[in-house]
Design a protein around this ligand. Structure first.
Ligand code: GRG
Length: 378
């Protein structure tokens, strides 16, 4: 089955140039969309921008940077920066940085090969990240998404924000400035009885949270080999792949989450429909624990789902399901999955000449190489 490389390239380039008016509500997620498109192009090995385009896109991303005294981060939207001026030290404002915007800005700048170490103050970035961390109580170790007008950690803490906070630590090469034991304590306390990870105690585990938790641990150099809980997690992850040839389904004609089109794909939790993004959240989770674990999934069927059902052969890009329009998140995660799987089993995975992908930071091999150059002694 063919991967429509040229169409995917055009799709990402179109998204970077303009979004339809229906995407207005995504203003505060704009940097995430930029990240999906840039890293998607890089995985396709087609980030073919001129020097001036790279500079233009990088300048745009730096326009999201805010400094507030000894803290710094990227804002999710420029809407609250009404007058466009730099913040004065003691000024109270709703124009605040967020953990997610900071993570997405840095991984986008890596794709553009912009040396952000010269533009950001990484100590101040880590000060901001650390001020979002919860220090006591049941969520100790987790991170809230932003600060309130008084500079106090604000918003619901969860596994996604915790993952991105630790990702920023890696991207700034300042992991040791984070409170590593409390973060590991938070993540491992969210491993449920079934093996999947949730964000809050006793809540339903989800493949998205499971990926965020395992990637956080990997970024903190956690030793999965010595942990006593990972076999349950692996079992839960392997069970996310939908297999309707399994006899049990023929005895359940009224199973409410039955959709024959899902066969071979992954779902995010028990009794839910499958979707493109779970290809990444589930298989990358297994890969984080041990790359050999990919051999426990049926990569051939999983590839058939992506290429045959959710790839849009007319417009390029991938949708969530066989009926959905393409969007940047599902397009990026489909390509990241195909890149992760290539090489897993050469008999079932065709070579699409994609770049490699880092399972924890979710960036291309080229971006990983650029990141490592940033921290070489000058
Ligand atoms: C590095 C790609 C990348 C992203 C940054 C934001 C983030 C980190 C990860 C998101 C992880 C994720 C998908 C968490 C799950 C959130 C959740 C509870 C979704 C439930 O959504 P439903 O109910 O979907 O619409 P299902 O499929 O469960 O029915």
């Amino acid at each position: 089955m063919a991967l429509e490389v040229k169409k995917h390239v055009r799709y990402f380039e179109m998204c970077l140039a303009s979004f339809p008016s229906q995407a207005e509500s995504e203003d505060s997620n704009k940097l995430a969309l930029v990240y999906f498109c840039l890293q998607g192009l890089q995985i396709l090995r087609h980030l073919d921008f001129s020097e001036s385009d790279r500079t233009g896109y990088s300048q745009y991303i730096y326009s999201y940077l805010i400094t507030m005294g000894n803290r710094q981060g990227f804002r999710p939207s420029r809407t609250f920066n009404i007058d466009g001026n730099e913040r004065k030290n003691d000024e109270k404002s709703y124009d605040m940085p967020s953990i997610s915007a900071t993570f997405f800005a840095l991984v986008s700048l890596l794709a553009l090969e912009s040396d952000y170490t010269k533009r950001i103050d990484r100590q101040k970035i880590i000060q901001f990240v650390n001020s979002c961390q919860i220090r006591d109580g049941p969520d100790k170790g987790a991170f809230r998404p932003t600060l309130d007008v008084n500079g106090v950690a604000f918003g619901d803490a969860d596994m996604r924000t915790t993952y991105m906070a630790v990702g920023i630590g890696r991207l700034c090469n300042l992991i040791d400035d984070l409170d590593v034991p409390s973060i590991i304590g938070y993540v491992t306390s969210r491993v449920s009885l079934s093996g999947g990870l949730s964000s809050s105690p006793y809540c339903e585990p989800h493949a998205g949270f499971t990926f965020c938790g395992l990637a956080t641990l990997k970024l903190l150099d956690y030793d999965f080999g010595s942990a006593n809980w990972t076999s349950n997690t692996l079992h839960w992850l392997v069970s996310r792949q939908v297999n309707y040839s399994n006899e049990i389904y023929s005895t359940l004609p009224s199973y409410p989450s039955w959709n024959q089109e899902d066969d071979g794909a992954f779902n995010g939790r028990d009794n839910k429909f499958a979707d493109t993004c779970y290809s990444w959240w589930c298989t990358a989770s297994m890969h984080l624990m041990n790359s050999d674990y990919l051999g426990l999934t049926n990569i051939r069927e999983a590839t058939k789902f992506l290429l045959g059902r959710t790839q849009n052969r007319l417009l390029g890009g991938f949708g969530k399901s066989h009926e959905s329009r393409p969007d940047p998140l599902h397009s990026f995660l489909a390509l990241a999955s195909l890149a992760l799987w290539s090489g897993a089993d050469s008999t079932t995975t065709p070579d699409y000449n994609l770049d490699s992908v880092d399972d924890a930071l979710v960036i291309s091999g080229q971006s990983v190489a650029f990141l490592s150059k940033l921290w070489l002694p000058q």
